[in-house]
Design a binder for this molecule. Structure first.
Ligand code: 5GP
Length: 195
């Protein structure tokens, strides 16, 4: 059964997010200071809030682009087959590309995306994720920048949704431990498809 908003508790406050994102932004700016061709790629829809805050800490000459992935849904379980819903609007050959993601969970989406984008021969290709849930990893992916590592709990807010809702919460909330245990006992992947 889908959890309700009452089943969640605060995990990271708006202040904690702001502080960590400022640190990430400064680190990325230092690392990519020599780049005059940085493309920041927002993975829709979950990364919209993170991306819009992060880019304000980056050099003024960055460009932004967007793509959307979806994973084939066979019934309630994600099968792990990822594809583009829509793609970038510009070639990235010879450019520095920073993928901005909301959360790396199984790693299937980022594994697919790294492979697809590296075939276009960017000068560099890095992942920046706000959240990382390593316990659920099915594919190892190199992550250059991580906001927070979290345990296996379903999270919402700050871009992350529950069936389309709660992306606009200014903080991140996690399913309580007992509700998460109940959910895991029922259907392991039902709440983790790309969105
Ligand atoms: P993957 O399993 O391919 O690493 O993650 C793909 C996508 O699943 C993420 O980009 C995110 O949209 C969604 N996802 C994974 N874990 C969570 C979670 O705890 N909460 C929400 N709202 N979405 C998640």
């Amino acid at each position: 059964m889908t959890p309700s908003f009452e089943d969640f508790e605060p995990l990271y406050s708006a202040d904690q997010l702001r502080e960590r994102i400022a640190e990430l932004g400064k680190q990325i700016s230092t690392d990519l200071a020599e780049s005059d061709n940085l493309v920041v790629v927002c993975v829709l829809k979950g990364a919209i809030v993170f991306m819009s805050d992060l880019i304000r800490y980056l050099p003024h000459n960055v460009t932004c682009d967007f793509l959307r992935l979806s994973s084939y849904q066979g019934g309630t379980q994600s099968t792990g087959t990822v594809r583009f819903d829509f793609d970038l609007t510009q070639p990235i050959k010879g450019k520095d590309v920073l993928i901005v993601e909301d959360i790396v969970d199984t790693g299937l989406s980022m594994h697919f995306l790294l492979k697809a984008l590296s075939a276009r021969e960017p000068r560099s290709l890095k992942i920046c994720t706000l959240l990382d849930k390593p316990a659920r990893r099915k594919r190892e992916v190199p992550i250059s920048y991580t906001g927070f590592q979290i345990e296996n709990r379903f999270v919402i807010g700050y871009g992350l949704d529950l069936e389309g809702r709660y992306r606009n919460l200014p903080y991140i909330a996690a399913l309580t431990a007992d509700k998460q245990a109940a959910l895991d006992g029922n259907s392991e992947d039902a709440l983790h498809a790309p969105a």
